[in-house]
Ligand binder design. Structure first.
Ligand SMILES: Nc1ncnc2c1ncn2[C@@H]1O[C@H](COP(=O)(O)OP(=O)(O)OP(=O)(O)O)[C@@H](O)[C@H]1O
Length: 377
């Protein structure tokens, strides 16, 4: 599945654009703040029905305008064309259609056009709280497994109800209701824990392998799943923490406290990893994610590489381009401020790429000499 044509209307700083893409490597080059990342975000919208950066729909409407349209024509593996359109008007719910038919539930679309993005904001995965890492896990597993998403929604709902009850300990039938919540929470928590454990067991060796390759066998990283449920089943955990929960008036144990430990050479990555090592780790993690998503859907996700070369030394950049130029990767979109550097790296790796110049929200169609297999026409 690849994106043939992207048409935009009033999306962020892009008033209007219509772009035809290569099924392999597409590059957006231009100065800071010109709209390169915004183009990636539009592609993200078509897959995930939302911005990759936690922005609301209205924040993605071009300033002063009333709504946006993001339209993508995709080529399916069977050679058919599939049109996906996302439209949003301020004050209304956004709409998503596939082949002219509007989705009733946006969640039905998730997973149809798999996508993996590597962006500078991913550093939050290392530097922020466990909530960020749980969000990452949840979003990844939800792309692979619809049951997971519904179990997660139920878990969060019951957790909120249980916390409300714990603040209201004088309410009628308090103990009976608490027992019911505990039973439901234990069943859902156990299912979420199992799925997270399986995913991390799959992800960890792939990420470690990708990191080794990026660092040319110089450094080793590790990813481990931290959960209270690794040692204690959820029903028992709720029993053990009951007294504490009554005092604190919220649920102190469960999968809502899970985390992922990331380390380099046995030490915490956040404290001991350099910026380049942290960036390499995130790239390795996302490459591992790519392999898992590709294996699960049976076709290659679209890969979005935003500002990917920042903080990486030339060897790692070369390794990365070497990895993604492999045939197991499908369509790729890369942004960079430095056209000469990007062209040098891609030509050096004999990559087939198409280059778009972005300036002040306007995207120039590729010139013949900029659509290259590394050689002048
Ligand atoms: N809703 C919006 N309406 C108009 N302009 C917007 C909107 N949202 C963001 N922008 C503008 O888009 C620009 C940022 O674009 P983008 O993040 O794509 O930059 P970039 O080309 O990737 O830059 P960099 O190289 O610095 O990462 C900023 O100038 C910002 O003000």
């Amino acid at each position: 599945m690849h994106l043939n044509r992207l048409s935009l209307l009033n999306f962020k700083n892009i008033r209007e654009a219509q772009l035809d893409f290569s099924p392999r490597i597409n590059c957006f080059v231009g100065d800071n703040g010109t709209g390169k990342t915004n183009l990636l975000d539009a592609i993200h919208y078509l897959s995930m029905c939302k911005s990759a950066f936690g922005l609301s729909d209205s924040q993605c409407v071009r300033h002063g305008d009333e709504g946006f349209v993001v339209n993508g024509i995709y080529s399916t593996p069977t050679g058919r064309n599939e049109t996906i359109v996302c439209t949003y008007q301020r004050g209304n719910a956004k709409k998503l259609s596939r082949g002219g038919k509007e989705y009733e539930k946006l969640s039905d679309h998730i997973g149809l056009l798999p996508i993996v993005m590597i962006a500078p904001s991913d550093t939050a995965l290392i530097n922020e709280s466990g909530e960020e890492r749980r969000r990452y896990l949840n979003s990844l597993i939800s792309q692979l497994d619809r049951d997971y998403l519904s179990a997660l929604i139920r878990y969060n709902h019951i957790l909120a109800e249980r916390n409300k009850l714990l603040k209201n300990q004088g309410s009628a039938n308090f103990n009976e209701i608490l027992e019911v919540f505990d039973m439901q929470l234990a069943a859902l928590g156990t299912a979420l824990h199992k799925r997270r454990r399986e995913l991390i067991e799959e992800l960890a060796p792939l990420a470690a392998q990708a990191y080794l390759k990026l660092s040319e066998d110089r450094e080793q990283v590790e990813l481990t799943y931290r959960s209270e449920l690794n040692e204690t089943p959820m029903d028992e955990l709720l029993r053990l923490t009951r007294t504490k929960d009554l005092v604190n008036q919220f649920t102190t144990g469960g999968v809502h406290r899970d985390d992922i430990r990331m380390s380099i050479g046995g030490y915490p990555l956040r404290k001991y990893g350099s910026q380049g090592q942290q960036k390499s780790f995130l790239v390795a993690l996302k490459l591992a994610q790519y392999d898992i998503v590709a294996a699960h859907c049976g076709h290659r996700p679209i890969l979005l590489l935003d500002d990917i070369f920042d903080k990486l030394d030339m060897q790692r950049v070369e390794q990365l381009i070497g990895i993604v130029s492999d045939e197991r990767f499908g369509q790729i979109f890369i942004t960079d401020c430095n056209k000469v550097r990007l062209e040098g790296i891609l030509s050096g790796n004999r990559c087939d790429y198409t280059l778009f110049s972005v300036a002040d929200g306007t995207v120039a169609a590729p010139q013949p000499e900029l659509s290259s297999t590394g050689q002048e026409p």
